[in-house]
Write a protein that binds this ligand. Sequence first.
Ligand code: NIG
Ligand code: FE
Length: 411
Amino acid sequence: MGTTATWDALWLDVHLLPLAPADPAATVRDGALAVRDGRIAWLGPRAALPEGATAASTHDGGGAWLLPGFIDCHTHVVHAGQRSEEFELRMQGQSYEAIARRGGGILNTVRATRAASEEELLAQSLPRVRNLMREGVTTLEIKSGYGLEPESEARMLRVARRLGRELPLRVKTSFLGAHALPPEYAGRADDYVALLCDHMLPALAAQGLVDAVDAFCEGIAFSTAQVERLFETARRLKLPVKLHAGQLSDLGGAELVGRFGGLSADHLEEVSDVGIAALRAAGSVAVLLPGAIHFLRETRRPPVAKLRAAGVAMALASDCNPGSSPMPSILAALNLGCLLLGLTPTEALAGATCHAAAALGLSGETGSLEIGKAADFALWEVERPAQLCATLGFNACRQVVYQGRCRPLPG
Ligand code: NIG
Ligand code: FE
């Protein structure tokens, strides 16, 4: 009676995997974690709890493993429609690239997304976001890129912002106007890039809808020179850049990301040693997307051993999109990251937490259990953390905490 609580909440009977980038394998068995004002105030072995420390509420973790909330740092979750017709075509042997060149692929989803109202777009995106939230995701990156004209791109980004406001999770947006050439600009790619640079990006940025600028640097999309123009505009607007680079062919996207000090280069099935060195020198993150490899039955692989040897941080994300990775699941990405790419379970878990935070410029805020960071974490009913990677199609999430508040698991 009369004691002032030093903490708002305390979790006991948990094992901790803090996933601090300096030592991602470190664990604390029989640990405790305290929260104050939405931030991590203390963590360590229960036996080392400061004497006399009190908390307004105490939670019994029941022997669960407590990990940082997952960060899905590359998604296209906001879109309308679905593309299982293309899945059937690919199962008959047609390639993703051939379908795209015929006006299918991304442009198929552009047609559906342009036709959808803001409410429809929100309603169609919500189940995907809820699925990620049930899997312990507390931070989500969402790209535009299925509008490809000012109003539809703005609508996608407004929906992304609404998801971040209306749901208990952090949303970071990326402007991906340079995802595909819209049909009305066929044969006039430079004019479209000029529209992006001179009108769309500055206007959307002025509305506060853009946290970063992304592009698809690829034979079926935009050249390095075109992406460079966009990146220069981003630099003028003081927006960080990232890039879909080397998914189908290496046009030098990683080098470009390095040159602009970008947050990340994503995909990287094709990347040269020079590209890897450029990422290393710039401290850019390699975001690996095994879902796209799985769904496209891609035989090429990002050079994980080389990236590891070079000391490039590797993040892992779902790439959730209706074409190449219809997979709103970070747990599936963990499993595929190990099986298809050869990541160790520790690398995969760090890839979906601390390195994903770096890929969003959020290293100081979230992605690891460290004093002062946001109290974003999840409790898992597993015997060992590696079980999260070693299992597919099962969700052992017991509780999610976002900014210190217990989040109801969405039904
Ligand atoms: O990350 N590569 C380009 N963008 C997405 C695919 C989008 C789509 O097919 O709709 C990707 O794989
Ligand atoms: Fe993508």
